[in-house]
Design a protein around this ligand. Structure first.
Ligand SMILES: [Zn+2]
Ligand SMILES: [Zn+2]
Length: 135
C-alpha cells in the first residue's frame, strides 16, 4: 500500500502555528517544481507539493485561511502573514489545493514522483527521476 492509498487525516501548517490545515481527502501527485516562481518564493532550489481535493480539506488554525499572493492571474500562493511560511498553491476555480509537502506535520510521508521545470533546475542537486511511462 502506498501513501496515496491512505485515508487518514493529514495535518500541517506554518512555522508559527497561526495557519493550520487538515486534509482527509485522498492525496495525489506529489511533485517538486523548480520554476522561477517557486525558486523566488521559497528562497530555495525548488518547492515540493502534494494535492488534496478541497472536499475534506479545511483551514482550521487560529489564523484561518493563509494570506495570498498571485504569481500570475488566478494562481494563488498561500503563506502565513506572520512567519512567512509557504503553505500551498491554489488556482482560482480549482477543486484541489496543492500544499507544500514540507508544511505537513510529517513531511516524510510523500516522495515526489515528478519534477516540473527541469530545465530551470539548479545544476548542483540531482533531479527527481523521470516517471516511468504508463503501460
Ligand atoms: Zn506562521
Ligand atoms: Zn513552480
Amino acid at each position: 500500500m502506498s501513501e496515496m492509498d491512505q485515508q487518514r487525516t493529514l495535518t500541517g501548517g506554518c512555522l508559527c502555528g497561526k495557519i493550520r490545515y487538515s486534509a482527509s481527502s485522498r492525496p495525489f501527485y506529489p511533485h517538486v517544481c523548480s520554476c522561477p516562481h517557486c525558486r523566488k518564493l521559497s528562497g530555495g532550489p525548488m518547492m515540493a507539493f502534494v494535492g488534496f481535493p478541497l472536499s475534506g480539506f479545511a483551514w482550521d488554525g487560529p489564523g484561518g485561511e493563509p494570506a495570498w499572493y498571485a504569481t500570475s492571474p488566478g494562481a494563488g500562493r498561500g503563506f502565513c502573514g506572520d512567519c512567512g511560511s509557504r503553505v500551498c498553491a491554489l488556482d482560482e476555480g480549482s477543486d484541489a489545493v496543492f500544499v507544500t509537502i514540507m508544511s505537513l506535520d510529517d513531511d516524510r510521508v510523500f516522495v515526489p514522483r515528478n519534477q516540473h521545470f527541469r530545465d530551470d533546475a539548479v545544476s548542483w542537486l540531482p533531479q527527481v527521476p523521470e516517471p516511468k511511462a504508463a503501460v
